[in-house]
Ligand binder design. Sequence first.
Ligand SMILES: NC(=O)c1ccc[n+]([C@@H]2O[C@H](COP(=O)([O-])OP(=O)(O)OC[C@H]3O[C@@H](n4cnc5c(N)ncnc54)[C@H](OP(=O)(O)O)[C@@H]3O)[C@@H](O)[C@H]2O)c1
Length: 334
Amino acid sequence: MQYRTLGKTGLRVSVLGFGCGTVGGLLIRADPRTRVRAVARAVEAGINYFDTASMYGDGQSEEHLGQVLRELKPAVYVGTKVRLRPEEFGDIRGAVQRSVEASLQRLGMEQVDVIQLHNHIVPRRTPGPETAAALTTAEVLEEVVTAFRQLQADSKVRFYGITGLGDTTAVQEVMASTLFHTVQVCYNLLNPSAGHPVPAGFPSQNYQLLIDQATAHGMGSIGIRLLAAGALSGEETRHPIAVPSVAPIGSGPAYRTDVERARALAFLVQNGYASSLVEAGLRFAWNKGNLSTALVGCSSLEHLEQAITAEARGALPDGALQQLNSIWAQFTAA
Ligand SMILES: NC(=O)c1ccc[n+]([C@@H]2O[C@H](COP(=O)([O-])OP(=O)(O)OC[C@H]3O[C@@H](n4cnc5c(N)ncnc54)[C@H](OP(=O)(O)O)[C@@H]3O)[C@@H](O)[C@H]2O)c1
């Protein structure tokens, strides 16, 4: 397992991180024995970063992760998140404090390594549902950061970060403040814009090289949705324990569109760059040398094993990247 530094936190994190989210749901819906086996195998392979959130499985992800970590006692880092509900926006500091206290209780821990804001970030909330659940840059820079600092002073969190979703310019503004230690970045073969320039008219949100901006601001970057929630398997059918349907983040308008676009990437396997599209999707993350860690969501122990094998194979060869540029241009033309 390779390790990289998570920005100014100084933590050395495995380049493959364990996503305890709801999409694959291994830590939420698998039976207790499988959950223990999954974490034990991850730790054995050298994975030392586990990403959870208060909202994953309505607290179950944190609860289950805490149970397993108490049983195995591995030396790993845990990051969790706080997602504020619109009715809490009147008391952001209090709501952050309460959410983190509840997370620590579910995890059975006195401190987490990283707390991250889960809400999207926008310049301002506009009438209508689109931005109703998002926080504004001002709220993040004034309220959220103050709450996170207090939690750090109280030794409940070591470091704090944001999720780089919402309005890219607003996210950039928060990053440029250099107040946060980490950012979660959506990055995959269907939308590489957080790490590669994309042609004008690219049919997905342009994340404008957020990974490089994170590096410039000394922030650690945590890749999410490496497999576009599973669309990069090229199959629409979901694993029995996965969420039955999932909305894309930053890629196509629908999961089906993502699966169709993923088929255009079949050359990665046909030309021998990788043994499967999933392997290619994961290895693509490691071509980005300044992405601190890449999370994968798994529905089974086999998925985890395949991710571990992909990490051992390392980044994709340069030839694959060159061909990818012309595929991304085709996405634009389509
Ligand atoms: N901050 C945020 O807002 C945010 C948002 C999203 C994710 N995250 C974090 O990032 C982590 C990863 O994201 P994610 O789980 O949403 O998406 P993901 O990692 O892109 O996709 C996970 C899905 O990929 C498929 N998969 C994984 N390994 C596979 C394999 N070997 N073969 C075939 N299919 C495979 C599975 O689909 P099937 O189950 O259908 O087989 C699995 O459910 C999450 O767990 C979470 O920790 C954070």
